[in-house]
Design a protein around this ligand. Structure first.
Ligand code: AHR
Length: 321
């Protein structure tokens, strides 16, 4: 073989090796429940977009605007697009069996991000999703109640502003909170109503509670920070009652977002149980591992803490959301 042909073959071989070893650009569908609902969800969406760029993943993003019927249709769209994998942050716990069976038939692995789901008994052992990465919502409820018990010596009338009753965090935070206050006979939930993660709705709920219970309220447990912001506004607006959020009425939130820290440092909030939204890097890395044929842990919990007026200022500078 003459030298020229030899060189061409060598260069072609090198190119082939480079091309075949070059990592494939995966196409991953991300089905988000409702970015607009909360500061937490905005940070969550952003973490996926940033992680996809960093990992050179083509992220096909769908946002259901809080409508579970829409979200199911969007997951089906992702299946029809033949994406390599799907990350699902489920708006509600129920109603996922059919579309996840379709994903399985299409051999598209599904990873649950943030929210857990409930499958029908006949589908529970069909491996309709490979892994779940999120927070221990039950622990978050317990941590909120434990902080309140030590703060009030176990004597406290509580109002609760919850997430949507069909969402995993609302279900589990409520359960965990109740498990702990059940240990303290003088800790009572005197009213509970959904604020649906949203500040304005929560403000209206807190106004109702203040009309009905006024100074009988010692604490408000909000299932997320945005609803705590609404509760603080409602308490401050009722100047006639002369109640101060953060002292006369203790205010607890879950998420630990930026504005929550600001209110902690202004002593208008008392405790924030962290629910870490920065799941994008972990979820997309797990997806890459699955697509590369490697095994992954079925459950991965996000690292989280509890922040109060005592440690907020020290933690604030390093907060990422
Ligand atoms: O699933 C996590 C919850 O969803 C967050 O606590 C809340 O802010 C968001 O809406």
């Amino acid at each position: 073989m003459n030298i020229k042909v030899g060189w061409c073959v060598a260069i072609a071989a090198l190119f082939f090796c480079a091309a075949s070893t070059q990592a494939k650009t995966y196409v991953v569908g991300f089905s988000q429940s409702d970015t607009a609902e909360s500061d937490w969800r905005k940070a969550n969406t952003e973490s996926f977009r940033d992680a996809a760029k960093a990992l050179d993943i083509n992220l096909v993003f769908r946002d259901a605007g809080g409508n579970t019927d829409v979200q199911r249709k969007q997951v089906q769209e992702l299946i029809d697009l033949k994406v390599d994998a799907i990350a699902l942050a489920a708006n509600d716990v129920k109603g996922w069996d059919e579309v996840l069976l379709k994903a399985k038939e299409a051999k598209i692995p599904v990873v649950l991000a943030d929210r857990t789901i409930e499958l029908l008994p006949e589908n529970m052992n069909k491996a309709l999703y490979v892994a779940w990465i999120g927070s221990d919502f039950r622990y978050e409820g317990r941590a909120a109640a434990a902080w309140l018990a030590q703060e009030t010596g176990g004597i406290c009338n509580i109002v609760e502003i919850t997430g949507p009753p069909d969402s995993a965090p609302a279900i589990e935070r409520a359960k965990g909170f109740r498990e702990v206050i059940a240990l303290f006979p003088a800790m009572k939930i005197i009213a509970s109503k959904p604020g649906n993660w949203r500040e304005e709705q929560s403000k209206e709920v807190m106004k109702e509670f203040l009309n009905d219970e006024g100074s009988n309220i010692r604490a408000v447990f909000d299932h997320n920070d945005n609803m705590a912001f609404g509760a603080v506004d409602a308490i401050e607006e009722r100047k006639d009652l002369g109640l101060k959020p953060g002292s006369d009425i203790l205010v607890i939130g879950v998420d630990a977002v930026h504005h929550g820290f600001e209110l902690l440092m202004q002593k208008k909030l008392n405790a924030l149980v962290e629910c870490n939204p920065l799941q994008g890097p972990i979820v997309l890395k797990v997806v890459e591992e699955i697509l590369s044929g490697r095994k992954v842990p079925p459950v991965i919990y996000m690292e989280e803490s509890v922040f109060t007026q005592l440690n907020a200022a020290a933690a604030f500078p390093s907060r990422k959301y």
